[in-house]
Design a protein around this ligand. Structure first.
Ligand code: NAD
Length: 264
């Protein structure tokens, strides 16, 4: 299967390095003929993102810090000038103070709650609105979430609350943009070793626990998330919007670990 994304152009936000989930998605889209633009957060990351972008034939690289609305506006002004329209957008951005990704949720501070919500949740709404304005022939928008949104995951804390709000945003935005044939979905990925993932206290334990107890008895790769993203961003899924699609080796369906796994 090749050329699913031939003739389509889109923006990838959230590549920090070649372990990033956004990079797994970018590779799968590029392999199917998509033309990609990338954002990077600050000069330190530009050094990492630029060679990756070049390797998939992209020369459209724009700085963006989602805490700064002018920089968000700058990204979409560049896309409007260079391309005129886009067909898809990937938002793979999250942040919370590491010192609060441990201990009790109850101890979350007001400042970090607000910062986490703005970067990890509100930025999606702000960006999706601008992206939808550039999707003149319809389009597809995707964000990344985690199962800590609906079930308590130790140490995930305020990020779980932000992901719950992000998933609700997916549904409201899907309703807002549906009449203009713009679809909005999320992938809920299982734990993957990335920069952001490593910020959560006991990340290794979470990773090993899910590997032991998920139906597939393994974790997922960024390439597997990329495969599902390709489906949601391509015309294979034109009837799908407002969905949270799990790519987690089936971990979300489990109530109690299998007795055999507990004995092991
Ligand atoms: P990552 O560290 O590779 O990517 C996180 C990205 O967020 C980075 O590129 C960083 O530059 C960007 N970012 C943070 N603050 C920003 C800001 N103010 N402005 C612009 N960009 C900013 O980690 P990742 O795991 O690939 O994370 C991507 C998404 O996937 C996140 O939403 C994360 O919550 C989600 N996710 C990750 C996992 C996991 O286990 N790694 C599981 C499920 C969902």
């Amino acid at each position: 299967m090749t050329g699913l994304m031939q003739g389509k152009r889109g923006l990838i936000m959230g590549v920090a390095n070649d372990h990033s989930i956004a990079w797994g998605i970018a590779k799968s889209l590029a392999a199917q003929g998509a033309q990609l633009a990338f954002t990077y957060q600050g000069d330190a990351l530009r050094k990492r993102v630029e060679p990756l972008a070049n390797s998939v034939g992209s020369s459209l690289l724009v700085p963006c810090d989602v805490e700064d609305v002018a920089s968000v506006d700058g990204v979409f002004a560049t896309l409007a000038r260079e391309w005129g329209k886009i067909d898809f957008l990937v938002h793979a951005i999250a942040y919370s103070d590491k010192s609060e990704l441990k201990g009790r949720y109850a101890d979350t501070t007001r400042d970090n709650f607000a910062k986490t919500m703005v970067i990890s949740c509100f930025s999606f709404t702000e960006i999706a609105k601008r992206a939808a304005d550039l999707m003149h022939d319809g389009g597809s928008i995707l964000t990344l979430t985690y199962g800590g949104s609906t079930r308590v995951m130790p140490n995930y804390n305020v990020m779980g609350v932000a992901k719950a709000a992000l998933e609700a945003s997916v549904r409201y935005l899907a309703s807002d943009f549906g009449p203009q044939a713009v679809r909005v979905n999320a992938i809920s990925a299982g734990p993957i070793r990335t920069l952001a993932g490593a910020g959560i206290s006991d990340a290794r334990l979470m990773f090993n626990y899910q590997r032991a107890h998920a139906p597939l008895r393994r974790t997922v790769s960024i390439e597997e998330v990329g495969g599902s993203a390709l489906y949601l961003l391509s015309d294979l899924s034109t009837g799908v919007t407002g969905e949270v699609h799990f790519v987690d080796s089936g971990y979300n369906i489990i109530s109690m670990p299998h007795p055999e796994a507990l004995k092991a």
